[in-house]
Write a protein that binds this ligand. Sequence first.
Ligand SMILES: Cc1cc2nc3c(=O)[nH]c(=O)nc-3n(C[C@H](O)[C@H](O)[C@H](O)COP(=O)(O)O)c2cc1C
Ligand code: SF4
Length: 554
Amino acid sequence: MKASLPSRYACLAGCLLFACISLPFLASHAWLWPFTLICALLSLVGLNDLRQSHHAVRRNYPIVGNIRYLIETIRPEIRQYLLEGDDDKLPFSRAQRSLVYARAKNESAEKAFGTLNDVYRPGFEFISHSMLPADTPDPASFRIAIGGPQCRQPYSASIFNISAMSFGALSANAIAALNQGAKRGRFAHDTGEGSISPYHREHGGDLIWEIGSGYFGCRTAAGRFDPERFAEQARDPQVKMIEIKLSQGAKPGHGGILPGHKVSSEIAATRGVEVGEDCISPAAHSAFRTPVELLQFIAQLRELSGGKPVGFKFCLGHPWEFMGIAKAMLVTGIVPDFIVVDGKEGGTGAAPREFSDNIGVPMREGLMFVHNTLVGLNLRDKVRIGAGGKIVSAFDIASVLAIGADWVNSARGFMFAIGCIQSQSCHTNKCPTGVATQDPLRQRALVVPDKAERVYSFHRNTLHALAEMLAAAGLEHPSQLKPKHLVRRTSASEICLFSQLHVFLKPGELLNGSIDSEFYARMWRMARSDSFEPEPGEAPAIKPVLRHKETTPA
Ligand SMILES: Cc1cc2nc3c(=O)[nH]c(=O)nc-3n(C[C@H](O)[C@H](O)[C@H](O)COP(=O)(O)O)c2cc1C
Ligand code: SF4
């Protein structure tokens, strides 16, 4: 212990000594000035290290201890620029990001010399192609009509849209660039739960207005849903659909808070809250407590909006709860126009680590469960399904459409398009690219017309790549993609079609009791329309959870 003392303080002692000894010689030896100054500054740093009480390493190793904190600060950048492999996913690999950057900048995303993927690795996936490729379809036709029989203003949506991200999480310039790009490319921009800001309106791109548990933009002073304020905004022609946010994959069951220091006058006016006060989204909605009440709320919003499509976004949790909503559809006759399934792998501005890592069902399993439930109830043709979770390439889109989605959303894909470099400091207000910050100086770095062009190009080039993939598979429209088109390597010696790998229910199977799948049958028995609680008497253990090994029509 004692032997280590000199080495721990040697740097501080050396600096102090040099600064003191050199002082009398400064007048006669001008060259000493820079060295003396540096040593004097380092001595101050070292003395401050000894004085402070937050960092034990700096107290024990004055001056040198700071190197540890410096390296820790720049570790993500060092890793990203110098050490990261092309396929390391942090959470997006360099290859994925490079693809988005290239498409956003209208550069060639072609690759020479063959794939870098290990195609014999279990988990490797591909779309099977046809002996008879079709003509390349026009990506402009990749649209779907959203709005069931109860909707009076259906929306013709692109199959690739910008996922929910609030003004507050994103900067004003980021929102403006996304919306301008959406306008040019004729696709939809989800507002996120932070409501509709002036930057969403500036360029007039189609909006999906998201209503979270804080009812921002349509709340009373007490934070409850305000029908009049809702109707006022919802009837705006720029708002094409209304999305009730039940949960988000990266933090399901967790509310959110925008700290008071970030609540500027603009954010306060947009959300209908007080400037400088913490802006809280509770974990649960106050407008409904049961599946039936949720559907009644949907019907109310549809009426108040003048008959626009209304649906909800969620990440699957307890399977019987979603089945409860489905039961309530049968009981009330109220059907949402759409459901967006968000995956556990989805992004967020900020979330507790356990929520990001260990709560919520991944997108694919959630999507197949929702799709199957609706098929099993003969409701699938009335409800459109969107899906989101790490979708950035045409293959990502194709694979999600193949297993049950009608359209997809991307959040971080579009963030990359406007310059995000995945530094993962969105929650610090110090975003280096001006995407996720409210600091006016930092966001000035994001030039709206330039980035809007990239948003437009990323969308357009990705759909063009999808069109080429479809043609290779002999298909003419994304809606023709089915589980039999998606293939996965399951072991070193076996590949399976998704139609073999998973259960896909037959139409009406849940209704008529002919269901083969014990898992679906059990969840259906547990589900209640009058409560999110499971039916008493049915044990909530779900051993074979969503791992399907049963029969599968393609
Ligand atoms: C910065 C940021 C802010 C977000 N804000 C919201 C939000 O306000 N409401 C919401 O439903 N989801 C929000 N999300 C989640 C996305 O809408 C989406 O569900 C998820 O990120 C999908 O994953 P992706 O980023 O892989 O596309 C946010 C995501 C990010 C990255
Ligand atoms: S650059 Fe970093 S801080 Fe900015 S949006 Fe991207 S991940 Fe977040």
